[in-house]
Design a protein around this ligand. Sequence first.
Ligand SMILES: Cc1cc2nc3c(=O)[nH]c(=O)nc-3n(C[C@H](O)[C@H](O)[C@H](O)COP(=O)(O)O)c2cc1C
Ligand SMILES: [Fe+2]
Ligand SMILES: [Fe+2]
Length: 396
Amino acid sequence: MTIDIKKNVQWCGKIDWELRNFHGEELSTPRGSSYNSYLIRDEKNVIIDTVHGAFADEYIEQLQRMIDLNEISYVVVNHAEPDHSGALPKLMEHCKNATIICTNAGMKSIKGYYHKDWKMMPVKTGDIVKIGTRNLVFVEMAMIHWPDSMMTYLTNDNILFSNDAFGQHYANAKMFSSKSDKAVLLDEALQYYANIVAPYSQKVAKKIAEILTLSLPIDYICPSHGVMWDENITEIVELYDKWAKSYLEDKVTIIYDSMYQSTRKMAEAIAEGIADILPDFELNIYNAAKTEKSRIVTEIFASKLVLAGSPTVHNGVLSSVAAVLGEIAGFGLKGKKAASFGSYGWSPVGIKILNEKFEKAGFELINEGAKALWNPDDDVLAEMREYGRNLAENIK
Ligand SMILES: Cc1cc2nc3c(=O)[nH]c(=O)nc-3n(C[C@H](O)[C@H](O)[C@H](O)COP(=O)(O)O)c2cc1C
Ligand SMILES: [Fe+2]
Ligand SMILES: [Fe+2]
């Protein structure tokens, strides 16, 4: 499948309908994804990024139906992560006359993966490569999300090939934002941001300001995953700017895990108390062991208040809750409040451990946490409801 974006600019990637996990088993991709590659025809023909190695043969066959690969002058590698560069070795076998364009850091990561002596041309922000009637302009994006990351802009057609930025893990045959279900698209874009881009938010805000000062007219943003943004381009750029700056919705997220239901009952009672005081807030409860971690991370990313609950187990906490708080520890999240809770049998260290994890992740703890000895009775559950009310008052 190929898609015409403009005259002489085509999408030539691969939609992966079956994909359910990404970054190994780390992220969930319930709607699949796509690896977007692009062909620009001019006096010099250009390929922007490739696809996952698993699809290399199909990808090359598709390209060969489109063009004589000896006629490719440049292969732009915006980022060498194997989801985009996996098909590069096979592609370079066919593109005998091509030079790879990448950042300085890209030269190292491409070498690091493939150990080949391909012809490479390093570029920096603002560098221009003339390809005929049009130019390619490069914008480095170091650490959004690898040292090698960059974007490529095509003049005249006003297309920004943004690589991982503005992407979504969303397999969609229509491939354009104007033809997609808006709510699903924005949810997938947020899920992608929260799980992949959020750790680099400080750099994202600066990069967006930098791109805006370049005053490049942008008609299309073509990322390396998911659909291409072809209308209201400013909307997704403004959303990124908002997400990059301590993003807080009127939302409370409670995560817990429980062996014998005591901590679950606490979670539900606390939630009732929160709902008493904050009826207009969105409030979700997730058993961390039974919910996709990516979904929970997305909910936490958007929440003002996050609660974590675990029974004390072997002087520790249950691994599913620890994994979620461990995942977000390096994200540098700001402006969020937190509290812990959990059942115990003899020494309630669970809430202390959860508190430490919250502090490490940059959350402001509202209190020392709520504990319940063994199975909470009606009186204890009433206390938990009151505890929930107090937490809600704190963020009202
Ligand atoms: C395998 C196991 C290990 C436990 N380790 C501890 C512990 O180290 N300290 C403690 O106070 N309670 C410990 N407990 C007791 C639990 O915290 C207690 O049963 C609690 O009520 C379980 O809550 P839940 O119903 O939410 O799973 C342990 C229980 C189990 C089953
Ligand atoms: Fe990447
Ligand atoms: Fe990617």
